[in-house]
Ligand binder design. Structure first.
Ligand SMILES: [Zn+2]
Length: 272
């Protein structure tokens, strides 16, 4: 039985029998692999400490082609992303990123570029002022890589870059009509120029460049809606996602948080 050594990020963990765990790990060289970590729940297990959600680990596993679940033999922590674990919002976004990848990626499809995007996103997340943008950027870049590259730059009818909004984004066609070329009969979604530019910017930039960004909350809300709808439209038909609710939930949490911020600002104003 061949034995493989690589590194990976743990996307999901669940208990298995009395003392073991089953782990979904997105590895650099083999894509997503499902592993059993035997005895990982025992207090003295060497695997137990390393096998935890979000950890980036160096791992060795036994591979058998006929099996869906491979056997983890060694695991060492390379990065536990401690700074993310101390912040509930950042942590929940990091977990959503893992859930997303777990939901959309089939087993054993290696993609080194996707792996480095995942690691970079987790590394940069704590330094970004609006961490939800890291998740949306990851989703759009994943969509582009998976063949659903949207057209955010030029109008599908006249080919011009828009100078005023809102544009009409046609989800099924993966592009937009500018304000001059809007189709009255089409069921496109209105998108502000700011949201369109943010989407284009995010799709084509590195995650490290998100650090300098501070977007308007309404623009982020537009991006969130479009991300969710686009993802649902294009992926549910080709490969059903286990769940999209996490992305929805992030959007709702952000909305509630913004409303709470507005209320507390109003209270401060009233007090002052
Ligand atoms: Zn046009």
């Amino acid at each position: 039985m061949p034995i493989y050594r690589t590194e990976g990020v743990i996307l999901r963990c669940r208990d298995f029998r009395e003392s073991s765990k089953i782990v979904e790990c997105y590895t650099r060289d083999y894509g997503k692999v499902t592993l059993v970590a035997k005895g990982a729940k025992r207090p003295k297990s060497r695997l137990g400490g390393a096998v935890d959600l979000l950890n980036r680990i160096e791992l060795v596993f036994y591979y058998k082609e006929t099996r869906e679940i491979q056997t983890l033999s060694q695991a060492e922590i390379l990065d536990a992303f401690e700074d993310l674990r101390g912040d509930l919002r950042q942590f929940s976004i990091a977990v959503s990123l893992c859930e997303f990848l777990d939901a959309v990626e089939a087993r054993e499809h290696p993609n080194v570029r996707l792996y480095s995007q995942l690691v970079q996103s987790l590394e940069e997340l704590s330094g970004v002022r609006q961490p939800e943008l890291v998740l949306y950027q990851f989703v759009w870049r994943w969509l582009s890589g998976a063949g659903f590259r949207p057209r955010f730059r030029r109008c599908m009818a006249c080919g011009r870059q828009p100078d005023r909004g809102p544009v009409q984004f046609a989800i099924g066609r993966g592009g937009f009509f500018c304000a001059n070329c809007r189709r009255p009969e089409s069921t496109g979604r209105d998108l502000s120029l700011a949201a369109l530019r943010l989407l284009l910017w995010m799709r084509d930039r590195q995650v490290s460049e998100l650090k300098g960004i501070k977007a308007d909350p309404d623009t982020i809300a537009e991006v969130e809606h479009l991300t969710w709808e686009f993802l649902r439209y294009h992926t549910e038909t080709t490969r059903p996602l286990r769940s999209l609710s996490f992305l929805r939930k992030i959007g709702q949490d952000e909305k509630e948080r913004r409303e709470a911020d507005v209320q507390s600002t109003d209270r401060c104003k009233a007090d002052g």
